[in-house]
Write a protein of this length. Structure first.
Ligand code: SF4
Length: 317
């Protein structure tokens, strides 16, 4: 056998990364927490795309879901509350060769991090963002979050919250230069997988809203969605997120929606009766700020020094 000459050339990658290669430690989320399903799907995506762990970065803020980088065998930055986006932007801005992911929660993103979130959408820097929304502060044991529904009983709202919740999807769709908005749920892994895959393949700020179960502090939160099949609608379109025929059968309700239509996407997002799963909006031509930032990356040290001196000379008296 050995030494036989053949014309067949196998196109094998120089190194194959297995699923185990992306795993790190034992996730310390509660049993039944939706975060486990997101982690598994993310590791599967990295394996399918064969992302080099040395060139992949997960950035998070603070919260249960923000423990995500600890469980990925890649680079990671578990940062300050609400500040995942500026860190991720800085990384991508200077190292466009890296794949950057942000995992954030509803408190982290929509409350203390809201300013950073809005501007990250507008800057449209190429990264994949997962907002894991369980409508509560879980890590600090049950305080009301900006996405909590009216009537939510928590340690900070013992008589029930009184304000209407902020919709992450609606908000994201309202920001100028938005380029990708999709929605999925942790209990439909096949749909979630295709959704985060589409987000990763999009060039720009890909925002995925994941409806996430917290069986400890939000018991029964998604019972209506899981028991009433009329409540969820699967968005279909040739340019949308497609799932296998087998999986598509699990969706009782389907609706055609062209994801290039921003106005139609906003109409879907404000619906109070139905939750729309899939790709709500995509603009492949929205300008990405990192494209401009990368223009001087090839400068030598001398060129940088010269450019700096030139700038400083402008202010010489
Ligand atoms: Fe998950 Fe809730 Fe437990 Fe946090 S408190 S790990 S969100 S189940």
């Amino acid at each position: 056998m050995y030494g036989l000459k053949t014309d067949i050339a196998l196109d094998l990658p120089s190194k194959y990364y297995s699923l185990e290669g992306y795993e790190k430690g034992v996730a310390r989320w509660c049993p039944g927490c939706g975060d486990h399903a997101v982690l598994t799907n993310m590791q599967k995506l990295l394996r399918e795309k064969q992302l080099d762990p040395a060139k992949t970065v997960f950035v998070s803020g603070i919260g249960c879901s923000s423990r995500f980088p600890h469980y990925m065998n890649t680079y990671g930055f578990h940062g300050l509350h609400g500040r995942a986006f500026p860190v991720a932007e800085g990384i991508k801005f200077r190292r466009p060769d890296l794949d950057v992911f942000v995992v954030t929660g509803d408190g982290d993103c929509c409350s203390i991090g809201a300013g950073a979130w809005i501007h990250a959408i507008r800057y449209n820097i190429n990264m994949t963002v997962l907002l894991l929304n369980n409508e509560i502060y879980g890590l600090t044991k049950k305080q009301v979050s900006p996405t909590s529904r009216i009537g939510t009983i928590s340690n900070t709202t013992p008589d029930g919250s009184i304000l209407p919740p902020l919709s992450p999807v609606q908000t994201t769709l309202g920001v100028s230069n938005v380029s990708f908005v999709a929605q999925t749920a942790d209990w439909n892994p096949a749909h979630m997988y295709e959704t985060i895959k589409a987000a990763y393949e999009h060039k720009g700020f890909s925002f995925v809203h994941v409806i996430q179960r917290c069986p400890i502090f939000q018991i029964g939160l998604v019972d209506e969605l899981t028991s009433n099949k009329d409540a969820m609608v699967y968005l279909e379109h040739e340019n949308g997120i497609t799932v296998s025929e087998e999986i598509a059968k699990t969706f009782k309700n389907k609706e055609s929606h062209n994801p290039t239509n921003l106005s139609a996407a906003r109409d879907l997002a404000i619906s109070q009766e139905k939750i729309y799963m899939g790709l709500l909006y995509q603009n492949k031509n929205a300008p990405c700020y990192d494209d401009y930032g990368a223009s001087n990356l090839g400068y030598t040290v001398e060129q940088k020094e010269e450019a700096l001196n030139r700038e400083l000379d402008r202010y010489a008296i």
